[in-house]
Structures are given as C-alpha cells and as structure tokens.
Write a protein that binds this ligand. Structure first.
Ligand code: NAG
Ligand code: NAG
Ligand code: NAG
Ligand code: NAG
Ligand code: NAG
Ligand code: NAG
Ligand code: NAG
Length: 733
C-alpha cells in the first residue's frame, strides 16, 4: 500500500492553529524543534515512469532560451549589471563571511545547517559573469567551480559534508543550477561539470533509494530540521532535466528516477504542491483568526515563489496536461490573492492579505522573476512575460539601493520611511529592522540570493521559437547571437530605453532570412506600430494570439523597429483605493528622503559586524531613510486627473540613446506622472502607514499636483492610495 498524507504519515506539529503555530515557527527557525517523521513504509509511488523504457523525452518549451552568454546587455540594463558587479554582489566573494569564508571553499561559516549560502551566490554570479562578460567575476566563479569540483568526494558528494546527519540534498540543487549555467557558457568546463553531475546523481539516487536519506530527516539528522529542502524537492528537476536532455550518457534511468524519488520523498513528508495550488486548498487570506490546516511550507513566500515551478517541473516529465493547467491555476491564485502591485508576493515571511504595509521579501522578487520567466517559456501566455517584467522593473529594484551596495529584507508598497520600526507586530515572522537598507537587515538569504535576478532575466530576454524564429521577449536592451536551424547565424541588437521609453530599434545581421518576433506587452495600445527595412511606413502592430509581432528579416544587414504606445492605467483595489501604472512601470508618490548611515549589524545579534565580514573600503553600510521635512506622504488621489511628464535633463540623454546611471534613483527616470491629490489624515498603525481602505478619508487643505515616479526609483513611496473626487488641478504647472 502506498503511504499517503493522513494515513500512515502524520505530521502533528505541522498542523496547528496560528497562535501555537507562530511559536512553533519561531522555535523551528531557532532550530529547537526537529520535525518528527514516522515510519514511511517500503513502497514507493511511481509518479511518471516513461511508458517506453527508453523514452525519457521531456515536454519542450514554447520559447527556448539561448545558452548562457548568447545574450549580452546594452544601455541601461548593462549599466545595471555593471553596478551589480561593482556592488555587493560582485564583491562579497572578497569579504562576506557566508561566501568568502564558506565551508564549500575551505572556510568555516554557514548561516544554517542548510548550507545554502554560497550555492545561492554561485547560482547568481555565474549568469552575471557570463552575461556581462566580466573577467573579475569570472575569476570568482572559476575559483569556486574549481574548488568544489576538485573537492568532490570519492562517493560523488559535492560539498564539504561527510556525515549522513549533515548531508542535505537541497543546497546541491542550487549548486547544480549554477553548474549547468557554467557548462552552457564555457565549453572548456562542460565535460568536467557533466562528469561531476553524473557521479553526484548516482549517489543522490542511492541515498534517496535508502529511505530518502538526505531529503527526509531521520533520527539525529540535522541538515533540514524545518523542512525548507523537503518543501522544494522539484528544484532538482531543472538541472537534471538539462543533464537528461543534453548529456544523458547511459544514465537516463537513474536521472529520471532521482527526480521521481525527490518528489516522492516530499510527498511523504506532506509537501506536495499539487495538493495546494487548488481553489479549495489555497488560503485566500490568513489572519490571526483564520482557521486553516496546511503545512507552513505552503504559506512561506519564498517557498511559494519557488513552488510555482513544481507542477511545471513534473509536467515536463509526464506531459500530463492537468499539470500544465495547474501551473496556470497556481499563477492565477497567487495573482488574485497575494501578488503585490509591484509584482512580488506579499509575505513577511508568510502570506496574509494584500495590505500594502505588509512586507515582501527580496528573495521572493528574485524567485518570482525566475519562475515567471520559466513558466512563460512553457505556457507562452503573454501576461506571464508582463509579470516577469513587472517584478524586474518594480519590486526588484525598489529593494536594492541605486548603487547595488545595500538592500532591504522586506519592502512595503506603502513605505513612508525605512528604519528600525518600534515594533515588528505588523509582520508575521520578520524583525523590526527588515525594511532598512543594509548588508543583512534580516536573514542573509536575500544577501546571497538576490544577485541571480537581473542576470537570469537578461539570459531569458531572448529565446528561439518552435517555428524556428528568434523572439525578443523581455524588452530590455541587449544583443542576441543565435544559430537558427542548421546554419543560419543571426545577430540581433535591440537598442531601447524600455521600459522608460517605448521604442525598440533593431539592427540585424543574418546568413539567411528568418522571422524575428517582438513581444507586444498586453498593455500596449492598438496604435503601436512596427516598421522594417523593407516597409516604407510604420504599420500598426498585429500580434499573434500569444502577443508576438512577426517581422520578416532578409538575409544580410537590416533594421526594424517597434514603437509601443501606452496610456496611464488605474488599477482599483478594495474599499476605494487605487494604484497607477504607465507602460510596464508602477508609479508611486515620490517621497524625497534624508539618509543616515550606520555600521552594518549582525542580523541575529544586532551587534555591529566585525570588519572581517564587511567591505574593507567601507561600502557596506546600513541606511535609515526618512522623509525630508515638509514632505507629504499621506494623500488621497483623483485618478481621473493624471498627466505624463517627461523630465528635461533626462529627456535629452534619452534622445542620445542612454539614460542616467544609476537609473533606479529618485529623479533619474525620464518619465514621471502628475496626479491630482490632497493631503488626508492617515493613521499610523504599528509604526507604519495604516492599511488604506480601513480608515475614513478626511481631506486637509487644497488639492495639488502630486509627483509620481517609477516605484523602483523611489525607495520611499506610497503606491496604494485612497481615491477621492477632487476639483480640477493644474497638472502642467
Ligand atoms: C525510514 O525513515 C524513517 C524516519 O527516520 C524511520 O522512521 C523508518 O523506520 C525508516 N524506514 C526504513 C524502512 O528504514
Ligand atoms: C553506453 O553504454 C554502451 C554499452 O555498454 C557503451 O558502449 C557506451 O560507450 C556507453 N556510452 C557512454 C556515453 O557512456
Ligand atoms: C530596533 O528596534 C527594536 C525595537 O523595535 C529594538 O529592540 C532593537 O534593539 C533595535 N535595533 C537596533 C539595531 O537599533
Ligand atoms: C571575524 O572576526 C570574528 C570576531 O572578531 C571572529 O570570531 C571570526 O572568527 C572572524 N572570522 C574570520 C573568517 O576571520
Ligand atoms: C542606440 O540608439 C541611439 C540613438 O539612435 C544611438 O545614438 C546609439 O548609438 C545606439 N546604440 C547602440 C548600441 O546601437
Ligand atoms: C474594507 O473595509 C471593511 C470595513 O471597514 C474592512 O473590514 C475590510 O478589512 C477592508 N478591506 C480591505 C482590503 O481593506
Ligand atoms: C467612518 O465614518 C462613519 C460615519 O461617520 C462611521 O460610522 C465609521 O465608524 C467610521 N469608520 C472608521 C473606521 O472610523
């Protein structure tokens, strides 16, 4: 008999009402409670055995990304990746204890028994190194690669752990994700990486066959006492599917079974995301008083951002259309109940509702960007690409300082200040220091995991289509080198200030003719146009049902361009509140701020960090941002009155094809909005702005033209505001 949840396996400590549950979580995070596992029995559930013994084929994507390194950044996006390389991401290897002194490279520091810190870092720095083509960063990842491959253990284990108690498979998923990117980008390393992966997968298979060793915690095991790894079992799929497709050698069956065993182990533990992404199980709101009966694993924001990939990972192996449909269902449920205006998941660290003062962890934005891009590649639904862009241009940059040296643990959509709050009562499991910009303002996972976001977004910005063409999907500036069919080498340059401007100019060279596709975002106006070398006048765009505009490209050198049109869009939320978008950007009330900086503190003890884990040049600082005196943050708006304003100096630069650098700084983006507004009484609750829609709106004084700017550029901002009807305001003055 196959064991299932609720019969042979029960997890009493994981199911509880919220009050005892919160205590439990606190205890688990401190590592005091280990989750007891009961007998699992010997039988195994076979999830997706191929019908034909030798048929290990996988579902193919609608849009297949190019190998890492084929897409290079230009313009403002290149500026961003350079800032990333010059900032904390590209320097922590030299001093940050969880990377510099990681046990994976002979050091002695890990932040938890998950041993995940430097694997996260590697997964993000490999695409930065090869996307940007930065030699210094390449040196860092090459050092790490050499170390972990040269120290692969005799039995195939990758990493430093030598005992069953400490060997958890989870962090290996991150290492493998880094390794497959490396193998794609640098052919000189491919063979040794693939060799190492095969040796590892044979060992992982043995371990999993042996009562899910390394995945489920047995007596005395310490590698995953809370259940993070076992809640993310599908993360082994992407690297193993890559290995299966490209370098299966004679090992397909072992690779395939390893994926299945990972999932089975997670199912036994109670972490089957197929039971969660359903109308019935999905918790629409989770307040103190909400009764629910779910493992904590499912309501953890980062887990959810990663868990979006679960059903799709299984779908690739089985081809079961129900799993594809459920992937869409997962996206829709999350979007309806917990997706923020800026594109991330509101979860601090657990989901609650859409209150814009609740926190959204930076890791969530990074993982949402990766998930949205990945799901888009298989489902092809245009709104998924909009989602990836929404997160990339709003939720992600708002939580990272313009110079890429500091970041927040959580952002708030309504964030009138960024400082140590007097209480953390509003947030579920996040400290009062968490919206401070700093080195590790809370758990260090965000310090080591945020680097992946932009480099992977770049790598996924171009893809080949199943019809044999090349598509520009995320419309950031860049170049793509691709081989189409057997012998058509094409090179496309996309020159644009998108999402700040809406024109994309292409120059193309190709050995033979081919189809270039440009994604037309769902918000683009019907009067958007396309032109190409051959056509005399711009023609209205005519995207296909997936939102792609086809451009027939001749052999040789040619040009093309797409001009998108947009109008400000008002999105209404509950109880008379609204937010404003223009193009791919969320706009928010700008709150100019004063900055005070401090020595960075230890996320756990609150003590000032010793110099041996901070930047020797003093660039790692923690920052308190407070509104400048006289600045109003407490407003209601009349969204019937909005004016688009192009700012002077920035506009001149934009005409030259460049933007101010850094761009994610107040005043840098060349487009702003003016919105009719009035000051209101806005209560402060738990040391932050009360949830709009829960208090009565009383106007104070005369209406005025409020300055709205791209959300990502204003670290202090108010994005969700009460709506009032106001007298006409001069928005141009
Ligand atoms: C498998 O592991 C569980 C949890 O440690 C243990 O209770 C059970 O006895 C093991 N089963 C076998 C067949 O070894
Ligand atoms: C696969 O196995 C066959 C037969 O045992 C052998 O000839 C072949 O070299 C193997 N291929 C690889 C890639 O290991
Ligand atoms: C932050 O504020 C809390 C109270 O909310 C206090 O206990 C803690 O010491 C403060 N931390 C720092 C670094 O000031
Ligand atoms: C850094 O300094 C702290 C305290 O000053 C010390 O405990 C720790 O071992 C040092 N770490 C390294 C990697 O040198
Ligand atoms: C992009 O376009 C601008 C304006 O036409 C031009 O000045 C610039 O050189 C172009 N950049 C690239 C990389 O083609
Ligand atoms: C809307 O207002 C009602 C009544 O004041 C309140 O119970 C509810 O929580 C509010 N909902 C939101 C989403 O603000
Ligand atoms: C809002 O005003 C109405 C009418 O004065 C009053 O009944 C209600 O209690 C007020 N609500 C809040 C949340 O203050």
């Amino acid at each position: 008999m196959a064991p299932g949840i609720g019969d042979q396996v029960s997890f009493p400590v994981l199911y509880a009402n919220r009050s005892s549950y919160t205590l439990l979580l606190g205890a688990m995070l401190l590592g005091r409670v280990s989750v007891a596992l009961v007998a699992l029995g010997g039988s195994q559930v076979v999830l997706s055995e191929p019908t034909d013994q030798n048929d290990y084929t996988l579902v193919q994507p609608v849009y297949k990304p190019l190998d890492l390194g084929s897409v290079k950044p230009l313009g403002w996006f290149k500026d961003q990746l350079e800032l990333e390389a010059q900032g904390l991401s590209g320097n922590m290897f030299d001093f940050y204890r969880f990377v510099h002194d990681s046990r994976y490279i002979g050091g002695s520091t890990e932040y938890s028994a998950l041993d995940e810190a430097s694997p996260y870092w590697f997964n993000g720095l490999v695409p930065l190194a090869f996307g940007l083509g930065d030699e210094r960063i390449r040196g860092q990842v090459k050092y790490y690669l050499d170390y972990i491959l040269d120290h692969q253990q005799e039995d195939g284990w990758i990493g430093f752990e030598t005992t069953q108690a400490t060997r958890g498979l989870w962090a290996r998923c991150l290492l493998l994700l880094g390794l497959i990117q490396y193998a794609e980008a640098d052919p000189t390393q491919t063979e040794r990486i693939v060799d190492a992966m095969h040796r590892y997968v044979v060992l992982a298979h043995d371990m999993l066959k042996n009562n899910y060793t390394g995945l489920l915690v047995h007596d005395g095991d310490i590698f995953d006492t809370a259940g993070f790894g076992v809640g993310r079992t599908h993360e082994m799929h992407i690297p193993l599917q890559w290995l299966l497709e490209r370098y299966p050698r004679n090992n397909s069956q072992i690779i395939w079974e390893t994926m299945d065993l990972m999932i089975e182990g997670g199912v036994l533990w109670g972490a089957d995301w197929r039971t969660f992404w359903t109308d019935e199980a999905y918790p629409k709101v989770l307040y103190d008083t909400t009764p629910y009966d779910l493992s904590w694993v499912f309501i953890h924001g980062v887990n959810m951002a990663e868990g979006l990939r679960y059903t799709l990972s299984l779908y690739r192996n089985s081809g079961d259309p129900a799993l594809k449909a459920q992937t869409r269902k997962a996206v829709d449920l999350l979007t309806s109940y917990h997706r923020s205006l800026a594109g991330t998941i509101i979860g601090d660290e657990y989901i609650s509702d859409l209150n814009p003062s609740r926190g959204a962890e930076l890791c969530i934005a990074a993982e949402v960007m990766f998930s949205a891009a990945y799901i888009y590649q298989y489902l092809g639904d245009n709104d998924l690409a909009d989602w990836a862009e929404q997160t990339a241009f709003n939720a992600f940059p708002v939580s990272v300082s313009a110079d890429w040296w500091s970041h927040q643990y959580v952002q708030q959509e309504n964030q009138p200040w960024s400082r140590n709050l007097t209480t953390d009562e509003l947030w579920w499991d996040v400290g009062s220091y968490s919206n401070v910009f700093g080195l590790e303002p809370n758990y260090p996972c965000c310090t080591v995991n945020h680097p992946q976001a932009y480099p992977k977004f770049l790598a996924n910005s171009f893809a080949t289509t199943s019809s044999g063409g090349l598509a520009h999907l995320f419309l950031v500036p860049g170049t793509a080198a691709a081989q189409l069919g057997d012998d058509n080498a094409v090179f496309v340059t996309a020159n644009t200030t998108y999402p700040f401007g809406h024109t994309i100019a292409y120059t193309i060279s190709a050995a033979s003719s081919f189809d270039l596709y440009v994604r037309i975002p769902t918000w683009a106006g019907a009067d958007s146009t396309v032109s190409s070398s051959g056509s005399a006048d711009p023609a209205p765009v005519s995207p296909d049902e997936r939102g792609l505009q086809r451009i027939a490209v001749p052999a040789g050198e040619s040009t093309a361009s797409v001009q998108l049109t947009a109008e400000p869009r008002v999105v209404e939320r509950a109880n008379g509140t609204a937010a404003v978008y223009y193009g791919a950007l969320l706009y928010a009330l700008a709150i100019p701020h004063d900055t005070a900086s401090f020595s960075p503190i230890n996320y756990r003890s609150g003590a000032v960090l010793p110099a041996n884990t901070t930047d020797p040049s003093g660039r790692t600082r923690d920052y308190r941002l407070t509104p400048q005196s006289g600045t109003v943050w407490n407003i209601a708006i009349d969204p019937r009155q909005i004016e688009v304003v192009r700012t002077g100096a920035a506009e001149e630069k934009e005409e030259e094809g460049s933007l101010p650098n850094p761009i994610w700084e107040l005043g840098a983006p060349p487009v702003e909005l003016r919105v009719a507004a009035v000051e209101i009484d806005w209560p402060i609750v738990m040391d932050t702005a009360a949830d709009p829609g829960t208090f009565n709106v009383t106007a104070r004084g005369e209406p005025f033209a409020a300055r709205f700017v791209p959300y990502g550029s204003s670290k202090l901002h108010m994005a969700l505001l009460p709506v009032l009807e106001l007298d006409e305001v001069d928005l141009k003055g």
